[in-house]
Design a protein around this ligand. Structure first.
Ligand code: DOR
Ligand code: ZN
Length: 468
C-alpha cells in the first residue's frame, strides 16, 4: 500500500485544547478528517505530529452571517475570496445570506448556488434561504429539502437585488428596493418553519419606523436618526410574539442597540424562543469612531452610541447574547469611497471574527468564551451541533491553532477578501491565527493559504418536512 491509501492521521500535540470539560493540556488525534481522541497517549510510530506548544487549540468558527455576493456581484466578493478570508481568520464554516442574485427563494436557485460555491469554497458553507412577501409554505418546504439551514426575513429595507444591492437614504420608494415581508407574512409562515425544525432569522428594523424617519444621509448623525434604536426594539418585540405563538426558533441578526437588547430580554423572560447575535463592530465601535473609520462604518443597522456598545458587551458577558457573527458584507473599495449618502451599507469582517472575539473575551475575564460565541452556539443555531463546534471524538476536525502571544494588527494589506476596507481597520488584537484545519486538512498555515477548494455544503440536522 502506498502512503496515499493510508488514512490521513496526525496529532496536534502540546497545546491547550478547549475540550467539552474546559481547557486542557491534551493532544488532539485526527484520522480521516475526524477527531478520534483527546489523550496524551503516545501515537503510533510514524504518526505526523503538529507541535502546538504554547498555543490554544480551538474549534473552527462558524460565521452564520456572511454575504458572499456570489452569484450576482463578483466584483464585490465571490466564494473563493470570501472563503480565503474566512480560512485566514480561523472560520471553517460560513453560512451565506440569501440576497445574492438571483435571490435564494427557490430550491433550484439554492442548488445552483451551492454548486457554484462548491467549485470555489476553501471552507465549508451553508445557505440561508429568503423569506419574501409572497413566499408560500410549499416553497419553504422545498428550500428545506434542498438543504437551507433556515430562513432570513429582512423586515427593515436593507437591500435591493439590482444595481448596487443597497438602498440609498432617500430611496425607500425606489422600485429596486426589496419590499420587506410584513408581520402577517411572518405569522403565517412561522408555524411552517417551526414544523420544519429550522430557525427564522430576522433583520430587525421596523419598516414603518424607518419610513417615518427617512432622510438624506449627509452626516453620521443622519444615519443614526434615520434608523433609530426603537426600530430595532419594535421589530424584536413583534417577532418575539410570533415566535412565542408558533414556537419557531426566532434568531435576531446583528443586534445593535440597548433598546433592542432590552426588548429581547423581556421577550425571553416571557418565554419566547429567541436567540441573539451581535457582531464585532457593534461590540468594539461607537459613533465616536466615525472620524477614523469613515464609510467603512456605514451599515444597517448602524453602529450607535458608546452606551449601546457597552450594553451589548454586558449582554454577551451575561450570556443573553449567545453568539457573534460578522455580517461580512463587502462592497467595492471604490463604492465605499463615495460620499456618505452614496456609499453602500456594509463592510467585510469575516477575517477578524476570531481574534476580535478572543480579545473581547479575555477582557471580559474568560478567553474561552470566544469559542462559545463563534463556534459552539452558531453550530447549535444552524443544526450542526452533531458534527461541528466542539473538539471531541467523532466531530469534524475543524481546528484552529491560535498564538496567544502574537498580536494581529488589522490592516488593509493583510485582508484576503476582494475588498480591503473594514470597520475595524487599525485595531490591534492580542492573538493571531497560526494554523487552520478543515476536516483534518490544513487550509491555512503561517500567513498562507494551503490546499484548494475543498469546502463542502453543510446540511442541518432537523426534524424533516414529512411530519404529520
Ligand atoms: O448594511 C447592510 N448591508 N445591512 C444589510 O442588512 C444588508 C447588507 C448588504 O447586503 O450589503
Ligand atoms: Zn447581513
Amino acid at each position: 500500500m502506498t502512503d496515499s491509501w493510508k488514512p490521513r492521521s496526525f496529532v496536534i500535540a502540546g497545546g491547550t485544547v478547549l475540550t467539552p470539560d474546559g481547557p486542557r493540556e491534551v493532544d488532539v488525534h485526527v484520522a480521516d478528517g475526524v477527531i478520534t481522541s483527546l489523550s496524551s497517549d503516545t501515537p503510533p510510530e510514524g504518526t505526523r505530529t503538529v507541535d502546538a506548544r504554547g498555543t490554544y487549540v480551538l474549534p473552527g468558527a462558524i460565521d452564520v452571517h456572511v454575504h458572499s455576493r456570489d452569484p450576482g456581484f463578483p466584483q464585490k466578493e465571490d466564494f473563493g475570496t470570501l472563503t480565503e478570508a474566512a480560512a485566514a481568520g480561523g472560520v471553517t464554516t460560513v453560512i451565506d445570506m440569501p440576497n445574492t442574485v438571483p435571490a435564494v427563494d427557490a430550491a433550484g436557485v439554492l442548488e445552483s448556488k451551492a454548486a457554484l460555491a462548491r467549485s470555489k469554497a476553501r471552507v465549508d458553507f451553508g445557505m440561508w434561504a429568503l423569506l419574501r412577501s409572497g413566499t408560500t409554505a410549499e416553497e419553504l418546504e422545498s428550500l428545506a429539502d434542498a438543504g437551507a439551514v433556515g430562513f432570513k426575513a429582512y423586515l427593515g429595507y436593507a437591500f435591493s437585488l439590482t444595481r448596487k444591492q443597497v438602498l440609498y437614504s432617500p430611496g425607500l420608494d425606489d422600485p429596486d428596493l426589496e419590499t420587506p415581508p410584513d408581520y402577517g407574512t411572518l405569522a403565517r409562515l412561522a408555524p411552517v418553519i417551526a414544523r420544519l425544525g429550522l430557525p427564522l432569522a430576522i433583520h430587525a428594523e421596523d419598516p414603518g419606523i424607518l419610513s417615518a424617519f427617512r432622510r438624506p444621509l449627509e452626516t453620521y448623525s443622519d444615519l443614526l436618526a434615520a434608523r433609530p434604536p426603537e426600530a430595532e426594539a419594535v421589530a424584536i418585540a413583534a417577532a418575539a410574539e410570533i415566535a412565542g405563538a408558533s414556537s419557531v426558533r426566532m434568531h435576531v441578526a446583528h443586534l445593535s442597540s440597548a433598546p433592542g437588547l432590552a426588548a429581547a430580554k423581556e421577550a425571553i423572560r416571557a418565554g419566547a424562543p429567541l436567540s441573539l447575535e451581535t457582531c464585532p463592530q457593534y461590540l468594539w465601535l461607537s459613533e465616536e469612531d466615525f472620524p477614523r473609520a469613515g464609510t467603512a462604518m456605514k451599515m444597517f443597522p448602524p453602529i450607535r452610541s458608546a452606551a449601546d456598545r457597552d450594553a451589548l458587551v454586558d449582554g454577551l458577558a451575561q450570556g443573553v447574547i449567545g453568539l457573534v457573527a460578522t455580517d461580512h458584507a463587502p462592497h467595492t473599495d471604490e463604492e465605499k469611497a463615495a460620499s456618505f449618502d452614496e456609499a453602500p451599507a456594509g463592510s467585510p469582517g469575516v477575517q477578524t471574527l476570531y481574534v476580535s472575539c478572543l480579545e473581547l473575551a479575555r477582557r471580559i475575564g474568560d478567553v474561552w468564551l470566544a469559542a462559545r460565541w463563534v463556534s459552539e452556539a452558531p453550530a447549535a443555531l444552524v443544526g450542526l451541533q452533531e458534527t461541528k463546534g466542539t473538539i471531541a471524538p467523532g466531530y469534524d476536525a475543524d481546528l484552529v491553532i491560535v498564538d496567544p502571544g502574537k498580536r494581529t494588527l488589522v490592516r488593509p494589506e493583510a485582508m484576503r477578501s476582494r475588498q480591503r476596507h473594514g470597520a475595524l481597520d487599525g485595531m490591534d488584537f492580542g492573538f493571531s491565527v497560526r494554523e487552520v484545519y478543515l476536516r483534518g486538512a490544513a487550509i491555512w498555515r503561517d500567513g498562507r493559504r494551503v490546499g484548494g477548494a475543498t469546502g463542502r455544503m453543510v446540511r442541518p440536522a432537523r426534524l424533516g418536512s414529512a411530519l404529520p
